[in-house]
Design a binder for this molecule. Structure first.
Ligand code: FAD
Ligand code: NAD
Length: 468
């Protein structure tokens, strides 16, 4: 039996980053992945394919809606070739997942394909879909088995018309009417892809606003933009049933007055969150506790109830984000190596890759209100920027929330062009505990979307924004 310093179960952004960092720190490392391709949800059926389709559909939307105003005339029809769009997305995924194989080889990490399950607290059985079981042993083990789409108990996912994000990334036709159950991140991103391609899109959301975990200023602005683009919203609606009738899907829900409302579409995407995935792991054989939410229970060092077994990423508590999983992968490798790493979970940014993009870090105004914090707010609209007028991307705003007494930045919330990239400035500022005044006094290149960050900081400090 081969022996390792560390064995990582799962090759998503948590697992493969943990493996690389362990190898960098001189540990003999193995990685075990159930599927033939590495990269987990993120690379195969998550972040990367969804962004590829968002980019492709954005090009199409620009060509039919915005080229003309820029003085670009196209003779002849512009058509979508969905098969080709999906094939391009598949090729982006393939290139990206192959990159992980390259990184494993480069770092001398042994790769095993098959389901990893505990035989005992140091031994793992690896069961491939065909062939014999292999056993390996390791001094330390990292569980990075990720998550899978959550379903509602009364919904029968047929994966043809009543689908999850996985199927939505590979549809064979553009839906005529796509009904989204859940107006969170997946719903809005994939809803926007198909809306741009011509589908009618209806969002049925349980809460009274979309992206309900983010600052409400962002929910409000995004809803306005999507409504203008043709989205229908049924907020404060509790879904009661989803039935298939031939090529139709009928969704029944109760509105906040208890009245039954029915929606008829040809596809229904269930996007009500994701659940931690531990099936087949035999965690109990290693004494690893799973809590009542299905998450692997960990302490502040990300150790499970068996101290040399760690867990990271979507399978534990916290935000289900690729970069959170990556930070935890690095963290655990460094803990095993005897270092004292640190993660500030408050400073993990959250991004929605719609257009306009949404990005956020730190506390929302709703959280600060609940904490009865003494805060002040500075806001700046994107439409007041020269850069926004030049590109035609005038929707959105930057909102900076700072401590009223000390001026320390407590939260930054943005919606607008390229804010997925702009949020890095806010993370850096908050990591160094900057004040709004610090940001306001830094030079921001002109003309850029980043000027909205400086202006919002000026607005937060004595209401002195310059361009509004
Ligand atoms: P995963 O990526 O889920 O990887 C776990 C891996 O473990 C899988 O490959 C699985 O096959 C394997 N595995 C499970 N059990 C076993 C076993 N017993 N033996 C061997 N292997 C096993 N996050 C972002 O930050 N940005 C985005 O833009 C973004 N977009 C997303 C879009 C969609 C449509 C979806 C669904 C998710 C998106 N996410 C995004 C979330 C992101 O994909 C996850 O947070 C991230 O993949 C979690 O990483 P992980 O390593 O914890 O788990
Ligand atoms: P989500 O938590 O973002 O949104 C789920 C939505 O469904 C919420 O608005 C919730 O109120 C609603 N909902 C829950 N139960 C409902 C019900 N019974 N009826 C109607 N609405 C209901 O989850 P998601 O969009 O499925 O995404 C799953 C995870 O994947 C998220 O945690 C997210 O972090 C991650 N993800 C991230 C990105 C990104 O970073 N850009 C993109 C996609 C997914």
């Amino acid at each position: 039996m081969k022996s390792y310093d560390v064995a990582v179960i799962g090759s998503g952004p948590g697992g493969y980053v943990a493996a690389i960092r362990c190898a960098q720190l001189g540990m003999k490392t193995a990685i075990i992945e159930k599927y033939a391709t590495k990269g987990g949800t993120c690379l195969n059926v998550g972040c990367i394919p969804s962004k590829a389709l968002l980019d492709s559909s954005h090009h199409y939307e620009d060509s039919i809606k915005h080229f003309e105003e820029h003085g670009i005339e196209i003779s002849g029809d512009i058509k979508v070739n969905l098969e080709k769009m999906i094939a391009r997305k598949n090729s982006v995924v393939e290139q990206t997942t192959k990159g992980i194989d390259f990184l494993m080889e480069k770092n001398n990490i042994d790769s095993y394909q098959g389901v990893g399950s505990f035989e005992n607290e140091h031994t793992i059985n690896i069961t491939p879909s065909k062939g014999d079981v292999t056993q390996i042993e390791a001094k330390n083990i990292i569980i990075a088995t990720g998550s899978k789409p959550r379903n509602l108990p009364f919904i029968d996912l047929d994966k043809e018309r009543i689908i999850t994000s996985t199927e939505a990334l590979s549809l064979k036709e553009i839906p005529k009417h796509l009904i989204l159950i859940g107006g969170g991140v997946i719903g809005l991103e994939l809803g926007q892809v198909y809306s741009r391609l011509g589908a009618e899109v209806t969002v049925v959301e349980y809460m009274d606003r979309i992206v309900p975990t983010m600052d409400s200023a962002l929910s409000k602005e995004m809803r306005k933009v999507l409504k203008k683009a043709g989205f229908n919203f049924a907020l404060s609606h509790e879904v009661q049933s989803v039935e298939r009738d031939g090529d139709k899907v009928i969704v029944k829900a109760k509105d906040k007055k208890g009245k039954e409302v029915s929606f008829e579409g040809d596809y229904c995407l269930v996007s009500v969150g994701r659940s931690p995935y531990t099936a087949g792991l035999n965690a109990d054989k290693a004494g690893v506790k799973i809590n009542d939410r299905g998450q692997v229970e960990v302490n502040e060092k990300l150790q499970t109830s068996t101290p040399h077994i760690y867990a990271i990423g979507d399978v534990i508590k916290g935000a289900m984000l690729a970069h959170k999983a990556e930070e935890e992968g690095t963290f655990v490798a460094e803990v095993i190596a005897g270092q004292k790493p640190h993660i500030d979970y408050n400073l993990i940014p959250n991004v929605v890759y719609t257009w306009p993009e949404i990005a956020s870090v730190g506390k929302t105004e709703e959280q600060l209100k609940e904490e009865k914090a003494n805060y002040k707010v500075g806001e700046f609209p994107m439409r007041a920027l020269g850069r926004s007028r030049a590109s035609g991307d005038i929707d959105g705003l930057v909102k900076i929330i700072a401590d009223k007494e000390t001026d320390e930045v407590l939260g930054v919330h943005m919606i607008g062009a390229r804010v997925a990239d702009l949020i890095a400035e806010a993370v850096t500022a908050m990591e160094f505990r900057a004040s709004a005044e610090d940001i306001a006094r830094m030079s921001h290149a002109h003309p850029t979307y980043a000027e909205a960050v400086k202006e919002a900081a000026l607005a937060a400090t004595d209401n002195r924004a310059l361009h509004i």
